[in-house]
Design a protein around this ligand. Structure first.
Ligand code: ZN
Length: 304
């Protein structure tokens, strides 16, 4: 008897990964390619071609797609993919289901990554958690009462756009004072740009800032501390609102380690009620380069 397998598709803005899994979560194959020019059609054709090579001799039971940007779950299509021409309203689910003749599920990548960290990474043993992407922007997924929470418009978790400084710095979303304008890759770069007007020796990117701090530069350590304090404000709001007991932080926090986590925890302790702070663990994401493929696998297993 052939064992049924699961196909995962991780649709990033610059690269796409197609992976094959056992139903128990063991990855058997993966293939990546750089996103092709020309919108969704050539990319879905490539995904279908790879999937068909996987399905020779293997029965594929279902497909999970983790997609960057907001997703129209009713119609199984992308709403908009920032910086990617030709992907708007891409009918991902319809095209893949017709070509592969198996059920296809889709979820935005923040939610998909949250499922992955919850089931396989830093979120195990918690049923009330938030995962914050903390890379170029800051998005989040929420597990509440042991279930993925999407909200009325499937926009839950846009915590990067909670306003933490009224009339503050401009955000990429068009509003002002959002958390993302202070505590994200873009937000850090905005602050570095301002600092470089006075002192051109400041670095340009968040990654360079972290490296400078790791080499002992006090000014870099202090700027990361400011970033951590903004982040703490945003996380404290979440904890007061939702009574979550775990917060998992992605990319920049994973790279910066204690340079972010130490000032973040100190600030959270100051901001939160003791009963909320004591039961709260704030931890780095664990899945690293496996996060994308694992998130697509988890989407395939969503049962609602
Ligand atoms: Zn914003």
């Amino acid at each position: 008897m052939t064992q049924a397998h699961i196909l995962g598709v991780d649709l990033g803005s610059t690269k796409i990964s197609v992976s094959l899994w056992t139903s128990f979560g063991k990855k058997l194959k993966e293939q990546r390619f750089l996103t092709l020019e020309g919108g969704w059609q050539p990319n879905l054709s490539e995904i279908i071609q790879i999937s068909k090579t996987y399905s020779q001799g293997q029965e594929i039971q279902c497909v999970g797609v983790s997609a960057g940007g907001p997703v129209d779950l009713t119609h199984g299509r992308l709403i908009d993919v920032p910086n990617s021409k030709g992907w708007q309203n891409a009918p991902i689910v319809k095209v893949l289901e017709e070509a592969l003749t198996v059920p296809v599920k889709i979820e935005n990548d923040a939610n998909a990554c949250t499922l992955a960290e919850w089931q396989f990474g830093a979120g195990k043993e918690s049923n009330h958690l938030a995962f914050l992407t903390f890379s170029t922007g800051i998005g989040a997924g929420l597990i509440l009462d042991g279930d993925l929470y999407r909200g009325a418009r499937n926009l839950a978790g846009e915590i990067g756009h909670q306003i933490i400084v009224p009339d503050g710095a401009p955000c990429g979303c068009g509003k002002r004072g959002c958390l993302e304008a202070y505590a994200s890759g873009q937000g850090i770069e905005r602050q570095l740009n301002e600092l470089r007007e006075q002192d051109p020796t400041w670095p340009q990117t968040a990654k360079q800032l972290v490296e400078e701090a790791q080499s002992g530069s006090q000014r870099a350590v202090d700027l990361l501390k400011d970033v951590a304090h903004y982040l703490a404000q945003g996380i404290a709001n979440l904890v007061f609102m939702l009574d979550i007991d775990r917060v998992i932080l992605g990319t920049i926090a994973v790279g910066a380690g204690d340079l972010i986590f130490d000032p973040l925890k100190d600030r959270l302790q100051a901001l939160l009620w003791p009963e909320l702070y004591e039961g709260l663990s704030v931890v780095p994401a664990e899945l690293g380069p496996e996060l994308g493929d694992t998130s697509a696998f988890c989407v395939a297993r969503i049962d609602n």
